[in-house]
Design a protein around this ligand. Sequence first.
Ligand code: NAD
Length: 499
Amino acid sequence: MRIIDHVIAGGAGGTSARTGDVFDPNTGQVQARVNLGTQATLDAAIAAAQAAQPGWAATNPQRRARVMFQFKALVEAHIDELAHLLSSEHGKVIADSKGDIQRGLEVIEFACGIPHVLKGEYTQGAGPGIDVYSMRQPLGIGAGITPFNFPAMIPLWMSGVAIACGNAFLLKPSERDPSVPVRLAELMLEAGLPEGILQVVHGDKEMVDAILDHPAISAVSFVGSSDIAHYVYRRGVDAGKRVQAMGGAKNHGIVMPDADLDQVVNDLSGAAFGSAGERCMALPVVVPVGEKTADALREKLLPAIAALRIGVSTDNDAHYGPVVNAAHQQRVENWIQTGVDEGAELVVDGRGFKLQGHEQGFFIGPSLFDHVTPDMQAYKEEIFGPVLQIVRAPDFETALRLPSEHQYGNGVAIFTRNGHAAREFAARVNVGMVGINVPIPVPVAYHSFGGWKRSAFGDTNQHGMEGVRFWTKVKTITQRWPDGGVGDAANAFVIPTMG
Ligand code: NAD
């Protein structure tokens, strides 16, 4: 059985007393075991980070950026290998795995410009003979704790910016699909990153708690489900760290009566069922405005859903593959049952789907619910599977209220030809990322990613300038170079003003 090891100080991390099973979701079989680290694993990584980080921070930013350029070239050269590895542990189809890697690489492209964005501010003559300037300095050692659903993109969101800013970065990837993060760390080393600057420590709650409590770690970036995000946020802040913790989601797509329904159905099929619904920016709730819109949308959705092809992740014609493991498959099917029990109309039932020749794989067919209402638990909670819910709204104001009042506020989309309605919606909706005729509004790397409400704890987004702010601290210097004359001694006892 293949063992997936830590990456500590440029090498492997040795054996672990505990391991976790890594499945191939296509077959349902265990294909590898991942070492689950302990406090001692973390201590070894911290020691290597402490030895390496001051030198890395002192390396001029242009040289740090050159490692990013080199890394980008290496990932591009290995994209097929990485995409296959990713698909084999996650279950998403190869083209989607390439997208996962590409969206991460775009943050690396942003990090290639780090010398420019790290420049500080300067005021000459802020007072008589006084200049004020500020600089952004790295925090020291940062950690990232990441979910299973984007095993390339999310580690790169964090590590690309953190490292380019001059930090050492410890990655604790999801134990469900840990191989791609390891390969990315190996490629960073090959690109010229000094040992100890990017390390991978695998583990579960034990490792997460060790990271949150470790005094040498200054900042923690987390992405995962909301209860754990909130826990990580509280415990990390309590230990005096800077923490950003992104959580779950339940994104709505509002369909106005004037929308192009063929376009909407095409967009919705991908956004609701792509990656088997395992995206924090999926669109699992659609809100048609008016009964006529709802009926027409439902009629067009049915053949589109019937045409979806579910296959193994290497099937180039498949729209989506299996979910990540058996426990998650069961969880999604339980939520479908809850929806039925609560009185929603199950129009298409994806439970019990078997792919011929892969009967043990973790496949779920697409499901469609109609007449879902806001009081239902199946509406309030994140399902994270190939399940689309129709919530009918009588008017624009009701449609606007639904995502605004939902506990999650990650993404939302409006489909309309009416610029005024779109503009009004974008301004008023209580959600962090908005798409206008764009079903999955994941911002490009040089903007920043972050939801609102229970979709994110903390106040700084991922990547872009928000990422730079998160991974650096500002130092402000007020300088005076006296010409040798004696200053006014009486003033020394009064708070200095520039008056
Ligand atoms: P998860 O919360 O189960 O795991 C995330 C990380 O937390 C993993 O590294 C895991 O090892 C660790 N962890 C798990 N249980 C823990 C515990 N009890 N204590 C401490 N750490 C623990 O999430 P997941 O299932 O891997 O990922 C899916 C979730 O992530 C969904 O809720 C999805 O919406 C969310 N997500 C959010 C975003 C975003 O940016 N808002 C992006 C991607 C995924």
